[in-house]
Design a binder for this molecule. Structure first.
Ligand SMILES: O=P(O)(O)OC[C@H]1O[C@H](OP(=O)(O)OP(=O)(O)O)[C@H](O)[C@@H]1O
Ligand code: HPA
Length: 171
């Protein structure tokens, strides 16, 4: 039996995503930049974030997968690589959640090899409890200590991505 405990409302998400989008719009003024959504979990956050950014930018997507249930397998599989040419361009990696940090550590290595002008990290949720690898998060909508979080793109075994707010899944 599982329970969904509401922790972040639709209004709170909307307000924080708008704030972060405005910060990015200001920080990247007159810069050539690309938002890169990390599939699948970031798809809803990315679609709200891009529409709230008020300056020109491009979008690409990279796919990774490593979780089975609530645990990382530790093996980051690439399910899709980027399409755009990124050399010399500013990139912002858009995540739904940074948990152990393994996914982003692997992605940062991959993106460095493409020689972008800069790499920054933007995440909906920065979760501290299980962090194994240090990741410098530049933009975080919410920081939480613990829990297994679902909704607004985040899943548990592919379920709950469609929930419009964010919940703590309790077992
Ligand atoms: O910091 P970490 O411990 O690596 O966890 C974070 C990653 O785990 C989830 O992806 P998952 O592999 O479950 O794929 P999904 O986005 O398709 O759900 C989430 O979307 C992040 O990409
Ligand atoms: O708390 C989480 N929820 C959903 N997916 C995740 N992937 C890593 N941590 C989480």
């Amino acid at each position: 039996m599982t329970n969904l405990i509401p922790i972040i409302s639709q209004k709170e998400i909307h307000d924080r995503v708008t704030d972060i989008a405005h910060r990015i719009s200001s920080d990247y003024k007159n810069k050539d930049f690309v938002l890169i959504g990390i599939l699948k979990g970031s798809f809803i956050f990315l679609s709200d974030l891009t529409r709230a950014i008020t300056i020109d930018h491009e979008i690409d997507l990279v796919g990774t997968s490593s979780y089975s249930g609530t645990e990382t397998t530790g093996i980051i599989e690439f399910t899709k690589k980027v399409d755009l040419q990124l050399e010399g361009r500013h990139i912002i990696l858009v995540e739904d959640i940074v948990d152990t940090g393994r996914t982003l550590a692997a992605l940062i290595n991959y993106f460095r090899s493409l020689n972008p002008a800069s790499i920054k990290i933007c995440t909906l949720i920065n979760k501290n409890e299980r962090r194994e690898l240090t990741v410098a998060v530049d933009y975080a909508c919410f920081t939480i200590e613990k829990g297994f979080i679902v909704g607004y793109g985040l899943d548990y075994n592919e379920k709950y991505r469609n929930l419009p707010a964010i919940f703590d899944l309790q077992f």
